[in-house]
Ligand binder design. Structure first.
Ligand code: PLP
Length: 391
């Protein structure tokens, strides 16, 4: 009998949907567990809370103590249950537990790596591209990602404050007909109550030149309990509506997350995923492959894979661009086209998203393009010629 290969077992384990509830909260009732308000009230946000559940490394303990005036720590019980108790290299841990390396000074790093503050016609509204805007509606999230590109304002403990000028922002959108797409982000807009969120979306929906609204949110991953029937019933009044979620590792796609994403899909909402390429989290092809396959099973289309921004304190999480290109190469041709995100770098200082692709063109001349396919085989595509002989 042939024994199955370890690589296959690893893939099978990674693509299996699991629930981890109640995990570190064995005595909690499922009723409370399923209540997103309970999840928010019981977030882990201190060293003492965290040490009740898991064994911290020296780097983590120091990181938590030093993170106090940078970016708050906050972890929902749901997400906390994905953390491996004893493994300091757990890919979930590295995303949400501060590490000592966050206080390393790297002269390349910036407070505002995407140059957003210099592209705001109104505080809270980033207008960088001709036809769409990023509308920062809150500075709070359900949990905080250590590599947050907006840590200068997010979580409310840093030096800068997000001061969204609501009325001025709506007026700018109303009087700027070039804007056809508004992306609500922050912070996490799905932290708002259904009523508050509806007020914002309905006002945008009423502007004739705005063709659609989208929401950027990690709540489907950090707090899937928030994806309630009433939220979906409200959102589906405002089609077309897109939601961009953020997940980085296949373990994050639990049975609860899958149920939430299916609810959104059943309400007619299109979901896409934005991942960040992170060292020790998802910087290998097998993990990325399991992630994108699981996303498609949740009816979510991989959208972007971001090279980690040059945010202050992220050097321990950044990988080389060459590594990212290798991952895309490992996907293209080897799996469904629907599974492949566009790898991008947000041009440091305000360049916007720049697509990064493996090079499949070997040479272009006026006569022909020399290509290689995913297997490395060479192909020639002849260019149309003006002086072709008529037959
Ligand atoms: C990412 C981003 C958008 C949306 O870009 P898409 O490529 O259309 O998803 C819009 N505005 C800003 C400032 C952004 O950073």
């Amino acid at each position: 009998m042939q024994t199955s290969k370890p690589a296959e077992n690893k893939y099978q384990n990674m693509i299996t949907f699991q629930s981890h509830a109640p995990g570190y909260w064995p005595t909690e009732s499922m009723e409370k567990w399923d209540d997103y308000k309970w999840q928010l009230r019981n977030r882990i946000n201190s060293l003492a809370d965290l040490e009740k559940h898991i064994n911290l490394s020296h780097e983590e303990r120091t990181g938590i103590i030093l993170s106090g005036n940078r970016l708050a720590m906050s972890i929902t019980p749901h997400f906390m249950n994905l953390v491996d108790k004893d493994d300091p290299n757990c890919p979930i841990r590295r995303q949400i537990i501060p590490r000592m390396e966050e206080s390393l000074e790297d002269p390349q790093e910036m407070e505002d790596p995407c140059g957003e503050d210099s592209h705001m016609p109104v505080p809270g509204l980033v207008h960088r591209y001709p036809d769409r805007v990023l509308f920062l509606v809150t500075d709070r999230c359900a949990s905080y990602c250590r590599y947050c590109t907006r840590s200068r304002v997010v979580s409310g403990v840093g030096e800068q404050q997000l001061e969204t000028q609501w009325e001025a922002a709506f007026e700018y959108l109303e009087k700027t007909p070039a804007i056809r797409d508004v992306l609500l982000s922050g912070g996490d807009p799905l932290l708002f109550s259904d009523a508050k969120l509806e007020k914002i979306i309905s006002r945008l929906h009423a502007i004739p030149h705005i063709q659609f609204v989208r929401i950027g949110s990690r709540i489907p991953i950090f707090l899937p309990q928030r994806i309630t029937d009433s939220l979906c019933n409200m959102l589906k009044k405002y089609h077309p509506l897109f939601i961009s979620i953020h997940t980085n590792h296949p373990k994050e796609l639990t049975t609860e997350v899958k149920a939430g994403l299916e609810k959104l899909a059943n309400a007619g909402i299109m979901t896409g995923n934005q991942s960040v390429l992170l060292k020790g989290v998802n910087n290998n092809t097998e993990t990325q492959k399991a992630l994108v396959h699981k996303l498609l099973m949740c009816r979510t289309r991989p959208y972007y894979l971001y090279q980690c921004d040059l945010i202050k304190g992220s050097s321990h999480l950044r990988t080389s661009v060459a590594e990212g290109i290798k991952i895309i190469e490992g996907l293209r041709g080897h799996t469904s086209g629907y599974a492949i995100p566009q790898y991008v770098i947000d041009g440091p200082g305000g360049g916007g998203k720049i697509p990064i692709n493996p090079d499949y063109i070997k040479e272009i001349t006026p006569e022909k393009v020399t290509l290689r396919n995913y297997e490395g085989k060479e192909f020639i595509y002849p260019e149309p010629q003006a002086n072709q002989v008529q037959t």
